[in-house]
Design a protein around this ligand. Structure first.
Ligand code: ZN
Length: 232
């Protein structure tokens, strides 16, 4: 086993000092570049921005490690990518259709306290992820939510019903969801655990949800909101 090669590759250990200097220069390049684009923090990236970060990261890494790649080579890549980014951003500001193609568009996940029709047809959207997002926003049950939109940033925007219009709905908290059953003991209004639709379910009868048409597991619909709830 050649430890010299495992530790230093083709280089000798003097090159380690050079790597340190190269890394410092590249760090400054990337930092200045991101400052120029005006990005303050990277919390949620659109797919388009992620692509740029990956391209920059790849260009930034090589001159740090490889003797045959100079830092100016990477600088040229940076300038071209930032220029393209700037031009494309200007361009799509004026072309909404292209913007939707590159960045995606806001998507209604919840309408009127239950999963929207469009979210039921998009099978790749996982409802439990939305339940998690709803909990983060302090939602107790879906009947509080008039509309929920998944933004292109990945954040969820919620529009709440006024207090007097809150309806019974599906609680999105794990303790409730875990109580789901396909045969209910009492005839009452129950909530579908897949889409949040509420309907009357008869005791001892297997009932299919009339909204999503794919689920027959139910939990009792909860009528209060988070602020009224005695369960917390
Ligand atoms: Zn359903």
């Amino acid at each position: 086993m050649n430890w010299q090669e495992i530790l230093f590759g083709d280089e000798n250990y003097f090159f380690l000092a050079e790597i340190a200097i190269r890394s410092l220069i590249m760090f400054l390049f990337v930092f200045l570049g991101l400052r120029i684009t005006g990005k303050r923090a990277v919390k949620q990236l659109s797919i388009f921005e992620l692509l740029i970060i990956i391209a920059l990261g790849s260009a930034a890494g090589d001159p740090m490690l490889y003797r045959e790649v100079g830092v100016l080579n990477a600088l040229v890549v940076f300038v071209v990518i930032f220029l393209l980014y700037w031009l494309l951003t200007k361009f799509i500001e004026h072309h909404k259709k292209i913007e939707a193609l590159l960045e995606g568009k806001p998507f209604y996940v919840i309408r009127d306290g239950r999963a929207s029709k469009e979210s039921l047809t998009h099978k790749e959207l996982a409802m439990d992820e939305f339940f998690s997002a709803l909990r983060v926003s302090g939602v107790f049950q879906l009947g509080e939510v008039k509309a929920g939109v998944l933004e292109t940033s990945g954040n969820m925007s919620l529009l709440f019903y006024p207090k007097e219009e809150i309806r019974p709905g599906l609680s999105v908290w794990p303790d409730y969801l875990s109580k789901k059953t396909d045969y209910v003991a009492q005839t009452d209004v129950y909530a579908c655990t897949t889409c949040g639709n509420t309907q009357k379910v008869n005791a001892g009868e297997k009932t299919r949800c009339s909204h999503c048409l794919q689920n027959d597991e139910w939990v009792k619909a909860i009528s209060e909101s988070a602020s009224q709830s005695e369960y917390f």
